[in-house]
Design a binder for this molecule. Sequence first.
Ligand SMILES: Nc1ncnc2c1ncn2[C@@H]1O[C@H](COP(=O)(O)OP(=O)(O)OP(=O)(O)O)[C@@H](O)[C@H]1O
Length: 645
Amino acid sequence: MARRVANTNQRSGAEPGAGRVGSVAKRQTALLGTGVALGLLGVGATLAQPWAIGKLIGAVSAGASLTGSIITVAALFCLGAFFSSLQSYVIGRAGENIVYDVRHGLVGRLLRADLAEFGKWPQGDIITRTVTDTSLVKIALSQSLAQLIISGATTIGCVVLMCTIDLSLMLITLASLGVASTLAIVLARKLRGAALQNRDDTGAFGSGVQRVLSALPTVKASRAEPRETARIGALAERARRSGIRVNAYNALLVPSMNVGTQGALAVVVGAGMAWVARGEMSMADLTTFVMYLFQLVSPLVMVFMAIGQFVQGRAAIERVDKLAGLPQEGGGAADAGQGLAPTGPLPAHHPAIEFHDVRFGYRRGEPAAMTQVLHGVSLSVPARGLTAVVGPSGAGKTTLFQLIERFYRVDGGRVLLGGRDVEGLPLETLRGLVGYVQQDSAAMRGTVRENLTYAQPHASEDDIREALEMAGLGAVVAGLPQGLETELGDQGSGLSGGQRQRLCIARTLLQKPAVMLLDEATSHLDSDSERDFRDVLRRVSRQCAVIAIAHRISTVIDAEKIVVLEDGRVRATGVHRDLMENDALYRRLAGSQLHAESGPAATAGDRARGEPWAGPLPSAVGRPPWGGLNEQTVRLRPIGIEEQW
Ligand SMILES: Nc1ncnc2c1ncn2[C@@H]1O[C@H](COP(=O)(O)OP(=O)(O)OP(=O)(O)O)[C@@H](O)[C@H]1O
């Protein structure tokens, strides 16, 4: 019976991302409020300055004492500067807190994201959203929001005070500014669309760069540098074009306000001077009015700049919210800690792992189309000993492991660990009991020790030494310049493929799992190391259940149980000798391997016998139509090989 309709690990479908950033910003309300309050105090001091200067001019005209007026003006200047710098510090601090909270929360959600959903996102875009967009969120939610409030308050204050000085002059001013403001609002709308496009284009560029950098040796070996440079250049060009559009709207926004305010200034000074000449207005009032108009210009421009920034920031907020809305793993009763969480080894009377009629398919594309991979798989793995899974490429071997780890959920049937459905186990418990060495051994940048103790950060020195020895890596690590403290590069570069693989095996051994999953763990090992590794497997499989996916039948030839998987179905189960007798596919797999292993030996032998080796191909050798070796190439090969041809 098909119990589930979706194979993602999340329970409630896509999670709405909207509002996540907003709720993070709410935590900074107190600090932002303090910043805005300080800013408004600064606004008060600034708005009082023209009034105090008007008083000073009045005192000069009346021949009165100037001391009090001068002290007031100086005090207002100092207070304005003090509040403004304090406001700027407090708002900046709130901004940094916001970006920290957003990034911290986002990384947490990314690491707990459902793998099926996570895999749909280009990694470069994820990085752009996590690093660059979050910076824009900071600017939008702190600086521009505060600027909007403070400059808005200054503008309103100026307008009110100017109205009290001369209402007619103020109406003339507002009419001149109205045209510019309308234009600015239209421009701000266009800016938002352009900013959103530019963020997406920048994300696509980031993805393109990440894609080639993660496969640089392949790019070089395929001589694809010019092609990739052109392809990524085209992405950069798209980002450049949308960036220019953002810039153009930004460039129009502020000058359109400047032109409006300068026009207003010219009209006000002309009309005001005429009224002063007719005795309808005092010079002190006109001076104060013009000073307020000057004070109005800068905050008004700031309001529109802040709108521009906020609009760009909103585009970034939408992008970050969408990423933060990635469905999460777990979330069920078991993960909330209500499930019975077994600790320590699994009960010996239960099989370690059981698959009961498991059906599963990956979903790809939008709308999702399912490719059925497992068609009713049933198997069981004893609590101790080595169980091998063999089968042709694409048969679904790795998929079995992904379902044990609950990276994906089954569409039908059940997967049991120690007699309990993995669905009912908290993920933390499940993944603590199961050690997984992946096909592409995942080593990371960091020291050898950090890599080793990744799953067991507090492992003792004795345990580390034992795990290294068991994985056959003791001598290798001892020979490294700084031993365990030797730094490895990205993806563990600095070690050979085989050493990286053994490092990952040692890491899993250190975890002392109840079930150990080894996905082609010996593919990088040479014959001697493989023989040693078989001893390791023997030793480990006495302690726990070991399930090994093996392309090399020789690694698992003495396994207690071998499962042959073909096209997502269990085709046969047994020990090596039985399968050799009874299963044609197994015989073929084992046979082709023996053949493959004897091939290179013959070649090496031929070379060792000192057969003539013709060296590099002459440049005149033509390229056959299918791109492989041609007749001349064959003739250039050593005699032993030529005979084989
Ligand atoms: N993340 C994925 N999304 C979609 N399809 C997938 C995904 N991973 C694997 N598949 C498909 O599922 C099928 C089984 O893949 P799986 O990796 O389990 O095979 P395998 O037997 O381990 O192969 P190999 O021996 O080559 O590693 C393949 O056809 C593969 O294309």
